[in-house]
Ligand binder design. Structure first.
Ligand SMILES: Cc1cc2nc3c(=O)[nH]c(=O)nc-3n(C[C@H](O)[C@H](O)[C@H](O)COP(=O)(O)O)c2cc1C
Length: 172
């Protein structure tokens, strides 16, 4: 499968089978995140793996993970992330999101469904999972076997904007 075929295959899964994600697959997903590029190679990602009932009970107070049997809380450590000297821009969230994207696409390649989740109560998440002050929870990635029918890889023809709407050459 080419990269574009893989990217077109991925869709947000919001209904999961109760089947557990195999340890080997989890490790491949985490490794895909591990090798992701980060600004100045600071690797500020800090990831909590949730796969036990107690963890999902805590997670349910902060977010809807659609019944996925595996969820990753991807945090960014602001104390190590690269800051742009010109204006101090902190790229921690960009790094955490590149890591998330790598893991999401690796999961897709392993025939797993995923849903990227930013709609969560960060304050409650911090408390429930003992997230240190210098870590920012950036994304939650729900992972598991999809209980829904796969969406067509051709759906982007109508569901995404044309390049003319999002790309300019040389200048705006
Ligand atoms: C940064 C980001 C945040 C998202 N947050 C949520 C979320 O909180 N809940 C949810 O159900 N989907 C969430 N999504 C999934 C998007 O709604 C979805 O990717 C988009 O509608 C395109 O659909 P597709 O993933 O099926 O191609 C998020 C996606 C991204 C990239």
């Amino acid at each position: 499968m080419s990269f574009l075929e893989l990217a077109k295959k991925r869709y947000s899964v919001r209904k999961y089978l109760p089947k557990k994600v195999e340890e080997e697959k989890l490790l491949s997903i985490l490794d895909a995140g591990r090798i992701a590029p980060t600004g100045a190679n600071t690797q500020p990602q800090r990831i909590v793996v949730i796969r036990e009932k107690a963890g999902f009970e805590k997670l349910s107070k902060c977010a809807n993970v659609y019944g996925a049997p595996l969820a990753l809380i991807i945090c960014a450590d602001h104390s190590v992330s690269w800051k742009r000297p010109q204006d101090g821009k902190d790229i921690a969230e960009i790094d955490a999101s590149i890591v998330t994207d790598h893991m999401m696409l690796q999961a897709t390649e392993l025939d797993l469904g995923t849903c990227w989740i930013c709609y969560f109560n960060a304050k409650v998440l911090r408390t429930e999972f003992n997230i240190p002050d210098n870590y920012e929870p950036v994304n939650i990635l729900a992972i598991g076997y999809a209980a829904s029918e796969p969406l067509s890889p051709d759906r982007h023809i109508s569901l995404r904007k044309n390049l003319e709407n999002t790309v300019w050459y040389e200048t705006f």
